[in-house]
Design a protein around this ligand. Structure first.
Ligand SMILES: [Zn+2]
Length: 83
């Protein structure tokens, strides 16, 4: 016969381990999502600085709010003002 205190201790240990693993999974997911978001932001910034559409990579040579290739509104004309 298994003593009741062993069952209680095992239940607590299993419960705490499950909570720990759940929190670890949530933290890992948030870290990965944050890293992907930062990577995407940096990529878009670099592509804008290179006068490229951040969505399709088309080189935008004229001042416009839209990419002439894909029509993306995300393109900003800030990069061409450096005279
Ligand atoms: Zn485009």
């Amino acid at each position: 016969m298994i003593p009741i205190w062993i069952i209680l201790v095992a239940s607590v240990v299993v419960g705490l381990t499950a909570l720990y693993l759940l929190r670890l999974a949530v933290a890992t997911t948030r870290t990965i999502a944050s890293g992907r978001q930062e990577h995407r932001r940096l990529r878009r910034q670099l592509m804008r600085e290179a006068s490229m559409c951040p969505d399709c990579g088309y080189t935008v040579r004229v001042a416009t709010d839209r990419c002439p290739e894909c029509g993306s509104l995300a393109y900003s004309t800030d990069a061409g003002d450096g005279d």
